[in-house]
Design a binder for this molecule. Sequence first.
Ligand code: BEZ
Length: 211
Amino acid sequence: MAVRLGDEAPNFEADTTEGRINFHEWKKGSWAVLFSHPKDFTPVCTTELGTVAGLKGEFDKRNVKVVGLSVDPLGSHEKWSGDIKDVTGHALNFPLIADPDKSVANLYDMIHPNASDTATVRSVFVIAPDNKIKLTLTYPASTGRNFVELLRVIDSLQLTSKYSVATPADWKQGEDVIIALNVSDEDAKTRFPGFVAKKPYLRVTPQPKAS
Ligand code: BEZ
């Protein structure tokens, strides 16, 4: 079954490079990113894991716990982690799930048989503190993901979970936002004073400040 936006993220237990985890217990109170890799000792995956390790401080700042997954066994992950450090300069600093029986991969529909019967695609799930799925992405094996874009989306998700706003195309932290359609003009006048209506349905306001 596909895991869709708004669904509860399925719970699981798994061995990782940082010990056995119960997913819901491990992420309790935090946002989480769960992302899969086709295979250990592969070039694009090596660059992706090093890149995420380099961005760990950015995920921490946002109260986001990161966990990777590859269907290879733990011993393989441990050997591969040396290569990740050699190549990217960043040692793994978040857990990498070993999923040789593909139980987690199947739970999250990370194997797309018409792409590969055995390897996972590059899936990403962003999961809120209440365990609801807030974002899904699927990339093919041949395309490495842009993790700065993932941070940008997390900024939008966290902002829009607190305020009745949406973020426009290419929005970045600190830029103007859009007032949600379910806020009346009357309410908008008190909640977002000075907003600009470019169209009746497109009302722009400065990004609300975190209180
Ligand atoms: C890679 O990470 O480079 C890769 C993994 C599986 C298939 C193709 C490429």
